[in-house]
Design a protein around this ligand. Structure first.
Ligand SMILES: C/C=C/C(=O)SCCNC(=O)CCNC(=O)[C@H](O)C(C)(C)COP(=O)(O)OP(=O)(O)OC[C@H]1O[C@@H](n2cnc3c(N)ncnc32)[C@H](O)[C@@H]1OP(=O)(O)O
Length: 383
């Protein structure tokens, strides 16, 4: 069974002291002054396991104080003949299995992944994320805090968690709520996939490099002596190109009008009153999502707007604990959502609430009550 949340948490273990994983799911190498991390689990679109989170964390901590390392770059290994993937998020099949088995590594996963997200955001050296292909969920968590977020023509970016009855975690509240207007609410609730142009336009990426140029970029960064951030930026700028035009930005006024409504039923009513095709498709998407987790997600993004990263991650750590346990594991919309998408693959989740209107506001409020006293919160040490 998972640990009793009211019990004092064990002291936080220094991550650097953890043993490395036994497999090659993350490749870590140094090329002259570049620390290079390659997610190497292409068969699962580089979805993150606990071992991968630990290995990335270990490398970043080791390089943080290493004067020979001028920059860090993270990328995803590809599959021959298939579209590239950076990272499709946390390993949701593991979440499902571990939740049903009461495996305590599920709790460790979220604590350590959120710590890693915080480390990336606060990394003192240039951190480049090559977001070529799928970059979703946990993939966003290890890239959004980076100084140079590179997108390509293959980028398929999303925080798709409401699709699996979850909410956009890994700092999603923090970075989505910083998008312009109500774009954060829109992306969080719908899980809409965006490409390079919209990602740059909405502040979720910094520059565009064609996918075929990424190999040369890595070579250039790893071949030359580098000692400062300006050299890294110049090497990247030399290969950057103008981004392709955004596709969804034409809907910005509608996004703001509908997604600034006070609650999810209000957003649905506003979309229903709009006779356009985009509004109808967007409403249809919302109706497929977990009503409870839509309500939680809207509240999360709105609270996060006035939170710093550390407080946002602490809030998300509370929320993720509740997502699996507040209703009991077997009645959790998250467990059900993962089952439908990735385990049975029937794409027919049976959510706990019959409609958007049926969600109990008191239950939503309970998600925002921490299961831990502040002195025992698993992320109490994050500043
Ligand atoms: C704390 C962290 C939280 C999170 O990050 S929550 C997770 C957020 N991410 C997601 O919800 C994305 C889940 N994945 C998908 O929705 C789809 O994949 C994609 C849209 C990304 C791509 O779809 P397509 O191109 O059709 O590929 P495919 O056949 O679904 O995936 C190839 C293989 O990769 C596995 N896989 C993909 N994403 C994950 C994941 N996040 N965790 C574990 N496995 C994953 C699949 O199951 C499959 O595997 P097989 O070939 O054995 O059926």
């Amino acid at each position: 069974m998972p640990a009793d949340p009211s019990a004092p948490a064990a002291p936080v273990e220094p991550i650097a002291a953890l043993p490395p994983p036994l497999d090659d799911s993350v490749l870590v190498e140094v090329r002259r002054n570049l620390g290079l991390i390659t997610l190497n689990r292409a068969g699962a679109l580089n979805a993150l396991s606990l071992g991968m989170v630990r290995r990335i964390t270990q490398a970043l901590l080791a390089w943080r104080g290493d004067a020979a390392i001028a920059a860090v770059l993270i990328r995803g290994a590809g599959r021959p003949g298939k579209a590239p993937a950076f990272c499709a998020g946390g390993d949701i099949r593991f979440f499902h299995q571990a939740a049903l088995a009461g495996d305590p590594r599920l709790e460790d996963f979220f604590t350590e992944e959120y710590q890693l997200n915080h480390l990336v955001h606060n990394y003192p050296k240039p951190y480049l994320a090559l977001m070529d292909g799928v970059v979703m969920g946990g993939g966003m968590g290890i890239s959004q805090g980076g100084r140079h977020r590179v997108v390509t023509e293959h980028t398929r970016m999303a925080m798709p968690e409401t699709h699996i009855g979850l909410f956009p975690d890994v700092g999603g509240g923090y970075f989505l709520s910083r998008c312009p207007g109500a774009v954060g609410e829109y992306l969080a609730l719908t899980g809409q996939v965006i490409g390079a142009g919209d990602a740059i336009g909405w502040g979720l990426a910094d520059c565009f490099v064609p996918s075929a140029e990424l190999g040369a970029l890595v070579e250039a960064l790893g071949d030359q002596p580098m000692s400062n951030a300006a050299q890294v930026a110049a090497t990247l700028a030399a290969r950057s190109q103008p981004a392709p035009p955004p596709r969804l930005s034409i809907h910005r006024a509608d996004i703001d009008r509908h997604f600034f409504q006070p609650d999810v039923p209000g957003i649905a009513r506003s979309l229903a009153a709009d006779k356009g095709d985009w509004a109808a498709a967007t409403l249809a998407t919302l109706r497929q999502r977990s009503p409870l987790m839509l309500a939680v997600t809207l509240e999360q993004v709105r609270r996060a707007r006035s939170l710093g990263l550390a407080d946002d991650l602490r809030m998300e750590r509370d929320l993720v604990r509740h997502a699996f346990h507040l209703r009991g594991v077997t009645a959790s919309d998250t467990v059900e959502g993962i089952r439908a998408l990735a385990v049975d693959k029937d794409h027919q989740p049976r959510w706990g609430d019959a409609s958007l209107e049926a969600v109990d506001p008191a239950e939503v409020a309970a998600f925002f009550e921490s299961p831990w006293p502040a002195t025992a919160h698993p992320l109490r040490h994050l500043a």
